[in-house]
Each structure stands twice: as structure tokens, then as C-alpha cells.
Design a protein around this ligand. Sequence first.
Ligand SMILES: C[S@@+](CC[C@H](N)C(=O)[O-])C[C@H]1O[C@@H](n2cnc3c(N)ncnc32)[C@H](O)[C@@H]1O
Length: 349
Amino acid sequence: MLNSTSASSHTPVLLSETLKALAVQPGGRYIDCTLGSAGHAFSIMEHASPGGQLLGIDADPKAIELARKKLNAFRDAVLLVNDNFVNLQSICIKHDFFPVHGILLDLGLSSMQLEGSRGFSFQHDDPLDMRFNPEQKITAADIVNTSPEERLANIIYTYGEEIHSRRIAREIINARPVKTTLQLAQVIENAMGRRGKIHPATKTFQALRIAVNHELEHLESVLKQAVELLGYEGRLVVISYHSLEDRIVKQFMQKESRGCICPPETPVCVCGHTPSLRIINKKVITPSTTEVGHNPRSRSAKLRAAERIITQGDSYVTTEDHNFLTLAKSGGWRRPALLEKIRTVFLAA
Ligand SMILES: C[S@@+](CC[C@H](N)C(=O)[O-])C[C@H]1O[C@@H](n2cnc3c(N)ncnc32)[C@H](O)[C@@H]1O
């Protein structure tokens, strides 16, 4: 058996909990939208073999390179795509990779990115970059050095939940140009002073990273796309690392697991909303103290999982039947021949 972790690689967070929540089974098809160094993906493939398949996506070309090496033993069953998960549906359509048994999102950034000279951390001095994909246009330095004061303060407040955002934004404006991570951390420390263990720049760094990579907008979009790609009882598993992400995931799963979503004062349902998910863990799953001891970066992790259901009237039907009926009738994007194939492949699994 290959070694699934090494001293220099990213340690996958909540690994056994993730495999359980995904209900990984031999012969299953899975998508890892945040491949990283393939820690989760490797274990998914171990449990999905024989016959399992995996589509791995990462915006960072370096992550894809690392993951390709790690997943070499499974190379015939794995497809790796360097793209943003905001394009999930089009990637799956292009590669004919749906419906699937499970989709994983392990949000945020990997140890490899945090420790590399990518500008994510103020533990070492690097250019203020923070892009997951180096081909993106806007860097953190662009935001810091060109945003008007009010916009900068809003970014720091909204994405960092930093109540001192205005003071920090003003100091940054006065110190421009701010080009490196340590320079920015120092400007913020000068403005705020230093109290307690947490560095005063922590929230601002989080805010800039979220803004550079459009993380919250992309998360909202990928969740909706993921539900459409899951087969009946397929699992959606999301690990988040801060409250802004977790709130989006929690609210999405709650909404999608409800029937009517009309405001309470509406006398008769007018929304026609039907549930598409069943929440698996009512209580959010967090790492054990042992895991946090071994891997301190796991301390803020929260795992939520849900299962795909389809309702028609009062009865449950399979995703395939539902898609077949509605999309075939409406002439949707799935060709009838392809739909037949989906039905055969998935129902045989
Ligand atoms: C926490 S790491 C994943 C680690 C991985 N589960 C493992 O065990 O090695 C998150 C990864 O998601 C990628 N990522 C973040 N946002 C993304 C997006 N919108 N599209 C594609 N990849 C993204 C990052 O580049 C990073 O490699």
C-alpha cells in the first residue's frame, strides 16, 4: 500500500469522518473539488477500488502536479482538471462525469500553499499575492494598493469580520504602497497594537484572500451545481474553516432540505419548493482533540454532509427518473441517448 501522507505534505482533515460521510463504496464515482495534495482523494480511491473513479479539480496548477504524483497508483481511474470549481457543471458535462456517488469540498488552502511563497501567510516575507491560480488577474497587492479607503474597509469588515476595519484601512492607505506580507502585517500591528496570542493581521489576511479568490461567491455557486450532479442518495460533504463559509453551507443545506420556503405569513404555499437534500449530520462534525493535537490546522474545521433526494408530489423518485422526465420533456441540455446511458450506468451500480 502506498503511503498516504508524508512529513512535507498536507495532512487531510477529518479524514475518516469524510470517508464515512461520503459513504465511499467500491465502484463508486466521486468528485473532489478541492484536490490539494490529494490526501482525501487518495483515501477515497483506496476505498472506492476496485472499479472506483475520481474527478479531481483544483484551481492551483501546482496542486494538480502534486496530486498527479500521489495518485499515480490509480492513474487509470482518475481524471485531474486544473480549473476553478465554480465551473463544476461544465467540467462534468465536458468529461461526461455524472451522476456521481459523492462530491467533496475541503475549502480554503493547503499547507503547501500556506508554507509556499504565495503571500497567504505573514509567517515569512513574500509578495502580497494570495491567488490560488497564478493566472488570475487581481492579486492582494492590487486590492491593497488601488482600492478606495471605503472599499478596503468594507472588504476587511465583510470578509474578515474585523470590527476595526476602518482604522486598519486608513493605516494601509497612509502606508501605501504596501508590497509584502510582513509590511502589511507590520502596518496593521502599528495601528492595532499587539494583545493576546492571535496576530492583529489575521482577520485582514483572511479577508484579502477571500476577496482575491471570490471564495464566497464561488462556494454559493458550486453548492447549487453539486446538487444537480449527485445521483439518488449521492452525498455532498463540505469541510469549512471559518464562520462565513460554514454559514453559507449550513443555510444552503437547511434550505435544500425543506419543502415550502415561503415566508411564514404566506397563507398558502406559492413557492413550490421541494427538498433536494436530506441532512445527514444534524450536529456539525468537528475534529477530536487528538486530531487537533496532531494537526493544529484542523482546529477550526467543520464538516457538514447531506444526501441527494428527489421528491415528486409526495413520493420520492430517483434523480435519474426525475431528470429523465423533466429534462427529456423540456428538451434540456442532456441528450436523450446520454440520459439512457446515465440511467443504465447508475441503476446498475
Ligand atoms: C484545504 S486544501 C484541500 C486539501 C486536500 N483535501 C488534501 O487532503 O490534500 C484546498 C484546496 O482547494 C483549492 N481551491 C480553493 N478554492 C478553489 C476553487 N474555487 N476552485 C478550485 N480549487 C480551489 C486550493 O487551491 C487548495 O489546493
